[in-house]
Ligand binder design. Structure first.
Ligand code: ADP
Length: 509
């Protein structure tokens, strides 16, 4: 009981694109309880993806209460909570009645593609100021759309009747009192993905606000990602039933950087899910990319000490495995790909470029389509399974090569997390194709853990990042087993296959 009296636990709320989870960690960084629930994806038109903000708040309340119950804990056992969230997703709400003015527009939503094209003369400026390419992916253009869609919303915003936030802001406003004095805040990593923040000053930018026609009054206050007071305290009549400091807040990929203890320049993590998300710590240096990567904030655990990163995403990785399962019926579950692929020594010259919707970083070829190249009568579904796993690894290598080119930083080891890292053959191939060791940590929930660390650092449960670094433990490491000649020859094959995939359609449709 004495441990509990000392509030030796931290709660992490991970509000993701498809589900919300609350995980309680102890001071050793071990999970002690969790609860997770999905929410609806509202797909009313092609290209539109929305979430109901009220439903998300209900899920937040339910998963917090559920995890506390599961761990036989109360809010009073928690020293603090940290929040991590799907990035870029945009909410506008009325602080007088707590109702959203519109459903949340999710990061994947592409309804604003045309509006982005209309800003072409400002694209270079936007990239220089924000580190991000102008795209429907980021919040500013989504907010502009909501402001144009809801009658008089701009005027209302000027009068204080409409607030903007990414999902973290919406959750914190609700947990800290909502209509009764809820705090309107965000952290610098989430703010960096709105495309309204100046990456050089880490403040809202008047010129960007004017390009997107967003009233400054509706924006949250930008805070460091780890702070004992900036994000306020939960209300005792809320789901925690106690006043608990909200002391950490980071966008999900940034939280994973912290959860993976990627604190040194050159440290890099790759999350293998439906797609892959790769972030390289570039330290205090903001590295512009000439290879189609995003220059972004890594994290800012201390005020005035931002740590920057290069980011690259690959659209189709785990979803190529789903394609083998659902469209081809080659496997029944995602796990089955590993024994199937392992039944042959290699892909025997077969290459699969899963460019289902073009190729993203670092290729940026919307005119690419998927191909399977090098087929002979000899090949079987086992070779296709190998080629699918290799495609995940080749695309990761292409992003990492671009990161090395842009930053001049050499990569010593790749830290991995996400659902597909359960596949040991995939991890071995990744090491083979990169020529760099790949290491998977004991705690696979790196995103939630990163939010917990941000909160725990602020309230003193962990004293400094060095103590977090010491807690990070490897579960398993894979060493490259291919010779440099073999690695180069195989990667050449991939490049040839990519050459055949690009230009397949005249334009992106
Ligand atoms: P997300 O958070 O993007 O939903 P997860 O981290 O839960 O994704 O990972 C799920 C993805 O990983 C799916 O696309 C699935 O096809 C893939 N996956 C799951 N298990 C394996 C496996 N053993 N081998 C390869 N891919 C896998």
């Amino acid at each position: 009981m004495c441990g509990r009296a000392m509030k030796n636990y931290i709660g992490a709320l991970d509000q993701g694109t498809t589900s919300t989870r609350f995980i309680v960690f102890d001071a050793a960084g071990h999970e002690v309880a969790r609860h997770q629930l999905e929410h609806r994806q509202l797909l009313s038109q092609p290209g539109w993806v929305e979430h109901d903000p009220i439903e998300i708040i209900s899920r937040v309340d339910e998963v917090i209460a559920g995890a506390l119950r599961a761990g036989n804990l109360s809010g009073n056992d928690l020293a603090a909570i940290g929040i991590t969230n799907q990035r870029e997703t945009t909410v506008a709400w009325n602080p007088r009645d707590g109702r959203p003015w519109h459903n949340a527009i999710v990061w994947q939503d592409i309804r604003t593609d045309e509006a982005v094209a209309g800003l072409e003369s400002r694209h270079a400026f936007i990239r220089e100021r924000t580190g991000l390419p102008a795209a429907s992916y980021f919040s500013a253009i989504k907010l502009q759309w909501i402001l144009g869609r809801v009658e008089n919303l701009r005027e209302r915003a000027e009068r204080g009747e409409a607030l903007f936030g990414t999902i973290d802001s919406w959750i914190i406003w609700n947990l800290t009192g909502g209509v009764n004095g809820g705090l309107h805040v965000t952290d610098v990593t989430n703010a960096s993905r709105t495309q309204l923040m100046n990456l050089h000053t880490l403040a809202w930018d008047d010129e960007l606000l004017s390009i997107f026609d967003v009233p400054r009054r509706m924006l949250p206050r930008i805070c460091p990602s780890s702070d004992s007071s900036a994000f306020g305290t939960t209300r005792s009549d809320g789901p925690l039933g106690a006043e608990v400091p909200i002391a950490g807040n980071l966008g999900d990929q940034h939280a994973a950087v912290v959860g993976q203890a990627c604190f040194a320049p050159g440290a890099v993590k790759n999350t293998y899910g439906t797609g892959n998300f790769i972030l390289l710590n570039t330290g205090e240096r903001m590295v512009p990319s000439s290879s189609g990567l995003i220059t972004t904030l890594g994290y800012a655990l201390e005020k005035g000490h931002p740590v920057f990163a290069l980011e690259g995403s690959v659209a189709v990785t785990g979803s190529a495995v789903q394609w083998l399962r659902d469209q081809l019926g080659v496997i029944k579950t995602a796990d089955e790909i590993e024994p199937l692929a392992a039944s042959v020594p290699d892909s025997a010259g077969l290459f699969f470029v899963p460019a289902f919707s073009g190729l993203f970083a670092p290729y940026w070829r919307a005119d690419a389509r998927g191909i399977i190249a090098g087929l002979t009568r000899f090949h079987t579904k086992a070779h296709l399974a190998q080629a699918t796993l290799e495609a995940i690894c080749f695309q990761t290598r292409a992003v990492l090569d671009a990161m090395v080119r842009d930053s001049g930083v050499e990569i010593a080891v790749l830290k991995v997390d996400g659902g597909a890292t359960a596949n040991n053959l995939l991890m071995q191939r990744q090491a083979d194709i990169l020529g760099v060791p790949v290491v998977r940590p004991v705690v696979s929930e790196t995103t939630a853990l990163g939010a917990a660390y941000a909160a725990g650092l602020a309230v003193g449960l962990w004293t400094d990042v060095a103590s977090v670094q010491r807690q990070w433990k490897a579960d398993r490491q894979w060493e490259p087993s291919w010779s440099a000649d073999r690695r180069d020859a195989v990667y050449d094959g991939w490049r040839k296959a990519v050459d055949r995939a690009v230009g397949w359609v005249d334009h992106a449709d």
